[in-house]
Design a protein. Structure first.
Length: 277
């Protein structure tokens, strides 16, 4: 039996029209399916510009229902390519503020919400607004869903900074933690993004797959540069594939359950040694 493959699609840069982003995602999903992937991951809020520092009143109308245009297009792409698609979207909320959500479109065309961004980063000192002005925090629950033989948990951008999120995902039985990356982090030193992902993947003996935005957006009249990376990491912390920050690219990796079992056994042994020391 062939081992399952997963893929991440870099998306960007956004403007006020979501159509080019939808089309870029659809092309990436098709390419991933042709490469043998059964799960395709897209970035956080992949079809929207990054506007966290701006007046949320200008952008709140962009939130959609799970039956809206973005989810419908991703469901169609999932069904037509025979894959599952994990994607970020602004989901309408019950109390006025939308949820920065992750939705899963399965190969049968059904769509479900699987995560909401729990931690909303503080506003940049130079900005009048921050993500908490645009979104409500998601419920502090991290679970895993089955996508074929793989159990997948989702972290949305800033949530990756918190070790307890990774531990909760591993405790939920995740084989793979998908990290959707959107906004810029200009204060991060070079190499921090990949380093923190590698550390968390190894510490929790899971595969990590990140899908990032790329390029510089100018929809706000000033440049907003995205600086994450789409990459795949194995349970020992080794980078399997990586896409450059400034260009579109597909990242594909194989989930090897034997490697997962070996990494988990090593972690269990290390814990026992620490407890006995």
């Amino acid at each position: 039996m062939a081992l399952p493959k997963v893929a991440a699609v870099s998306i960007g840069p956004a403007d006020e029209d979501p159509l080019p982003l939808w089309m870029e995602a659809e092309a990436g999903i098709k390419a991933a399916a042709q490469a043998g992937a059964t799960l395709v991951v897209l970035p956080e809020l992949f079809a929207q510009a990054y506007v966290a520092g701006e007046d949320p009143g200008r952008w709140s109308h962009r939130a959609e229902t799970i039956e809206g245009r973005t989810a419908t297009r991703m469901a169609t792409a999932a069904r037509s390519n025979g894959v599952a698609v994990l994607f970020g979207m602004a989901l309408t909320g019950p109390n006025g503020l939308p949820l920065n959500a992750a939705a899963l479109a399965r190969a049968d065309g059904s769509v479900e919400r699987v995560a909401g961004k729990i931690h909303l980063p503080p506003a940049n000192p130079a900005d009048a607004f921050g993500e908490a002005d645009h979104f409500a925090p998601g419920p502090a629950i991290i679970g895993a869903v089955e996508v074929g033989p793989i159990r997948v948990a989702t972290l949305i951008c800033y949530d990756r900074r918190f070790p307890e999120c990774w531990r909760a995902a591993a405790k939920a039985g995740a084989d793979l933690i998908a990290v959707m990356v959107g906004g810029p982090a200009p204060s991060d030193p070079e190499g921090l993004f990949a380093s923190e992902l590698r550390t968390h993947a190894r510490a929790n003996a899971v595969y990590a797959l990140t899908a990032a935005r790329y390029g510089t957006e100018t929809v706000l009249g000033h440049p907003v540069r995205h600086d994450g990376e789409s990459l795949a990491i194995d349970p020992n912390g080794a980078i399997l594939a990586i896409a450059p920050q400034a260009a579109p690219r597909l990242v594909v990796a194989t989930v090897d359950f034997a490697r997962l079992a070996e990494a988990r056994a090593q972690n269990a042994t290390a814990r026992c040694l620490r407890l006995s020391a």
